[in-house]
Design a protein around this ligand. Structure first.
Ligand code: PHE
Length: 479
């Protein structure tokens, strides 16, 4: 039998798969989102939960997604349909692919707006606006930018065009070449920032914030009533930590699945997944270690939200020798990191249009890109004309809502279904065959975890966040 391959092409080799998947995983999630949500959720304890989620939920689901993708060799929607058929499961499993496409649209629509901030910072840094800037100055420059819908719109549009251009050219051209050089360069510059942060005087404090867990403060809401302290469990930070584990590893929406469908058959899935998860985690932790010392050294609030890196890093670049150049390169690389993630967010939709509607990649990319661009207008306005309370729902702007819904609900839900499908519907013999590693120790562990541990963990976190577990406990049920 000849080996099945995807009509969209294949990665040249395993290294290319790892680079592309790492390109998808490492992005704004690591450098922009991780520090700011860690800041909002109290630091160390949040980081511990996030790391646990990466290990027991992230890595097994990443293996499952790559395995499913490579077995199906099509866009996630069609892969799910054909695997469901082969494994005698219900055809409704293809809905999982649809959910992923929707999540990809949602995420890219606001992701592109933030990537637009990074784009604009390339130019601001290059012309020297930040030279010698104070904390106040950096904050003002940031608020000026996000307060101006026209500028945000222009940068958002540019970023969307960049994503469409690469996706239109296909997996092999452009994409492979870009990640090869840019990812290592980004890593080196993060180390430069880390070295700078080491000398700020607040390095210790930054590390303590990041790595010393204070579980009571983060996970419990405590009130003192009549001199008695009473605490209730707050499941929200756990949900955010788990949601972020999915977000940062690009899991639960088909991005890694579609990249897996371009992976050569003989490559190892397990070691690739572990390498990708490790690289992604290291980048996030280094970003955190570089940013929090700056936050404390400049008297800023760790919980200042999505603007955190844009308000702190310029201070560092403004003060260090050669900062203008380093800063410019840094933001260029941040844009590239976002770019290699952005394209993976729409690849599942584009691949489906090419397969089912016989569109060219170019036309498919344009259609998908335009829809995402349009949805992105909501996020552009969330920071200015629609920032008022009258435009908010549950105290959240359109941007906040989209981010919350996609990262904390859609991705974990998608991941839960992927775990169930891979562990319970795909037969043992099919998955053993696809993993290419025999029915040995590692396979057995994966199967146990994906069948029993991962789904239970995701469900518990969901129940926790809705308050269901607290409610049950407070009922003093007989058991
Ligand atoms: N993992 C990317 C990041 O951390 C974002 C992303 C999420 C990409 C989901 C693809 C799918 O920036």
């Amino acid at each position: 039998m000849t080996e099945r391959t995807s009509i969209h092409g294949q990665w040249s080799n395993r290294l290319m798969f790892i680079l592309a998947a790492t390109g998808s995983a490492v992005g704004l999630g690591n450098i922009w989102k991780f520090p700011y949500i860690t800041g909002e959720n109290g630091g160390g304890a949040f980081v511990v939960v996030y790391l646990i989620c990466i290990a027991i939920v992230g890595v097994p689901i990443m293996m499952a997604e790559i395995m499913i993708g490579r077995r199906g060799r099509q866009s996630p929607i069609n892969t799910m349909r054909s695997l469901a058929k082969n494994e005698n499961a219900h055809p409704a499993w293809s809905l999982l692919g649809w959910g992923g496409v929707l999540a990809g649209f949602f995420i890219l629509s606001y992701y592109s707006v933030i990537a637009g901030w990074a784009l604009s910072y390339v130019f601001r840094t290059a012309v020297g606006i930040f030279n010698g800037v104070t904390a106040d100055g950096a904050q003002n420059i940031f608020s000026d930018l996000v307060g101006d819908p026209e500028r945000l719109l222009a940068w958002h549009t540019l970023f969307m065009v960049m994503c469409m251009a690469v996706v239109a050219r296909g997996v092999r051209h452009g994409l492979e070449k870009a990640v090869r050089i840019l990812m290592p360069a980004l890593f080196v510059l993060l180390l430069v920032l880390l070295a700078y942060a080491y000398n700020t005087g607040a390095f210790q404090q930054g590390l303590e914030f990041l790595f010393t867990p204070n579980y009571t403060k983060v996970f419990f809401d405590c009130k003192v009533i009549n001199e008695v302290e009473s605490c209730t469990f707050n499941g929200e930070p756990v949900l955010v930590a788990m949601g972020h584990a999915f977000f940062t590893l690009s899991l639960g929406m088909g991005a890694i699945m579609v990249y897996g469908s371009y992976m050569p058959k003989q490559n190892s899935i397990t070691s690739s997944a572990i390498i990708i998860a490790l690289l992604d985690t290291v980048v996030a932790l280094i970003a955190g270690m570089a940013i929090f010392p700056l936050v404390f050294a400049n008297g800023l609030e760790p919980s200042s939200g999505p603007g955190l890196i844009f308000q702190t890093l310029p201070i560092a670049f403004g003060a260090m020798p050669g900062g203008q150049i380093f800063g410019t390169i840094f933001f260029v690389l941040l844009v590239f990191a976002a770019w290699t993630s952005g394209i993976s967010l729409i690849e599942p939709a584009v691949a489906w249009l090419v397969e089912n509607k016989s569109m060219s990649r170019l036309r498919a990319s344009i259609w998908v890109g335009l829809s995402v661009w349009f949805l992105g207008l909501g996020s552009v306005f969330s920071f200015n004309v629609w920032s008022g309370e009258e435009y908010q729902l549950f105290g959240k702007t359109f941007f906040d809502l989209l981010d919350y819904l996609s990262a904390n609900i859609m991705l974990p839900l998608g991941g839960l279904l992927i775990a169930l499908f891979a562990g319970r519907y795909i037969s043992r013999s099919s998955s053993v065959d696809e993993f290419n590693m025999g029915d040995g120790f590692i396979y057995k562990i994966w199967r146990l975890v994906i069948r029993r541990v991962t789904p239970v963990a995701v469900v518990i976190v969901f129940l926790n966040a809705t308050g269901a577990i607290d409610w049950l406990l407070s009922k003093n049920l007989p058991w």
